[in-house]
Design a protein around this ligand. Sequence first.
Ligand code: SF4
Length: 330
Amino acid sequence: MKDIFDNIKFGRFNLKSRIIRTGLWESQNDSTYGLSQSIFDRYESLAKNNVGLIITELISLYSHDRFSDYSDYINYPYFIKEFRSLPEIAHEYDVPIFAQIGFINCNINGKQMMEVNELNMEDIRKIQADYIVAAKKIAFAGFDGIQLNIGNNYFLSRVMDPFENQREDNYGGNTYNRVRMVLEIIKLIKQTTDLHIHCRVNLYKDFDDSLEICKILAENGADSLQITKFLSPQYFRKSLSNENMLVDFTDAVASEVSIPVVLGGGLSSMNAMNDLMNSTNIEFFSMQRPFVRNPALLTEWKEKGYGESDCKTCNNCYWKKDSTCLIKSE
Ligand code: SF4
């Protein structure tokens, strides 16, 4: 029987559990002093409490695109100096750590709020070059991998979306063309760093096209995938049909590719994860808000042999400077 606390390979890494801590929008910066001791304490809590792999909160590719005043961006002047502490902390506990990078609004080459179909070749090359510079900084800071957030409503997810992308050049039309821009980024990151490349990718409206996107990514350099949807899967926790759709799709992807595939959120019970893992091809699960609620969650589950997060998915911990849960226990 498989268990979430199995020691397991994930690419070249040995994980202590099958639980991936995905970052969302927790504050990483107090907007005056950069990374503070409370941020370092947060990562230490994750690393020492049985998380298999840590993925940081979103580090935006562009300063204009920060999620809040307390979010970070890759061109923050002290990025390498401050962020190198996060891999140092995680590695003390033998936990690998990836940096998450992405952007939503496309303001480049002096143009504002560009849509997918408006990009010219100069714009495409600028975005790709910005990703390569970001990857080099992430590698230099000592991270083990990079999570390319090309899911949810991030800009590159819209480039791959068959409904959004109506381009008639080599970057639109068939599935491969819509993934081409991301594939070129992956290829260049591989040529210039040894980062593990983890892609957070959507289940779009078209199941088969979405599956094809995942296969193309897996066959062209992606080292692992995390499956998500346009809106965070946490919003679907109470909707069985939506939850099942994501599970069914993740199961289908995991059966078709030979790289690790992570179910992107939506589950918060140890028994439910173990049941799912033993009845499908799904091997890895991601969680985020449950760790804000209780950073020692997995250690408690491991000791008891069962457990469920009581996070309400209310999102009141976000947007704030300290990203703490103030909801009282029942
Ligand atoms: S209960 Fe609400 S405030 Fe607390 S961790 Fe969950 S989402 Fe955040």
